[in-house]
Design a protein. Structure first.
Lengths: 102, 135
């Protein structure tokens, strides 16, 4: 049993990503969408916390949202995998439930 | 009759600055009619929804905090509150309203609806649901 967590706010304006990471269980996945993609930035104040979880939790970023914001792959953490909209649907079907961190 | 599912309503916002908290409570009350296994989670700023002594006379918004005390009548009897979220905000359980329900399986004894849980226990509660609705 596992959960797909989605985060759609910048971690620099709300605690949503932090709270999400604090409540994730091993085997869960976190997908950063909309302004949530800023959570995937390398060398940010959040990077260490994301990296610390990445071993036990799969971290994904919505590539169209990252592209829209000019976040090229080389600006993002290596621990984060990009997905497109079809990949989002696959993640939803792969997990038992989806929890949105608004 | 359809299978009963476990529904969790996750509350992470303070009560009056946005409409999320009131909308959550409205959906919980509507959802209660469907006789599912309902729990509520309060964490982060969501714990502010349950504080005592709210008085909205000066801001022209309905004080909906007393409505939480009616949830027991709708068989919504599990309100999980995260200890760490209280502590981070300088609050203790004594700062929260007393919310009770009458246990029909125990001679209608009044029991507390609020259950204080640690962050790890809250993660367990979340992982134990069929449906999670976030506000």
């Amino acid at each position: 049993m596992s959960t797909l967590h989605t985060v759609n706010k910048s971690p620099f304006s709300t605690q949503s990503l932090l709270s999400c990471l604090n409540h994730c269980k091993d085997g869960d996945a976190v997908l950063m969408i909309e302004d949530g993609v800023y959570g995937a930035l390398a060398n940010s104040g959040m990077s260490d916390q994301v990296k610390a979880k990445a071993g036990n939790v799969s971290i994904y970023v919505m590539t169209p949202d990252a592209d829209a914001r000019g976040l090229a792959n080389d600006k993002l953490l290596g621990e984060v995998s990009g997905v497109d909209y079809a990949g989002f649907v696959n993640l939803v079907t792969k997990h038992d439930r989806t929890q949105n961190w608004l | 009759m359809s299978e009963i599912k476990k529904f969790l309503y996750v509350n992470r916002k303070a009560p009056y600055g946005t409409i999320y908290a009131l909308e959550s409570l409205e959906v919980v009350l509507i959802g209660a009619a469907f006789e599912q296994d309902v729990s509520l989670a309060f964490l982060d700023d969501g714990v502010f929804q349950l504080t005592k002594g709210q008085n909205t006379d000066g801001i022209g918004i309905k004080n909906f905090s007393p409505t939480f005390r009616a949830l027991g009548d709708f068989e919504v009897t599990k309100l999980f509150v995260e200890k760490e979220s209280l502590e981070e905000r300088g609050l203790t359980a004594d700062d929260l309203q007393e919310i009770v329900y009458e246990d029909e399986d125990d001679d209608w004894e009044e029991k507390p609806s609020i259950k204080l849980v640690s962050r790890a226990e809250m993660a367990d509660v979340m992982a134990d649901q069929d449906v999670v609705l976030s506000f």
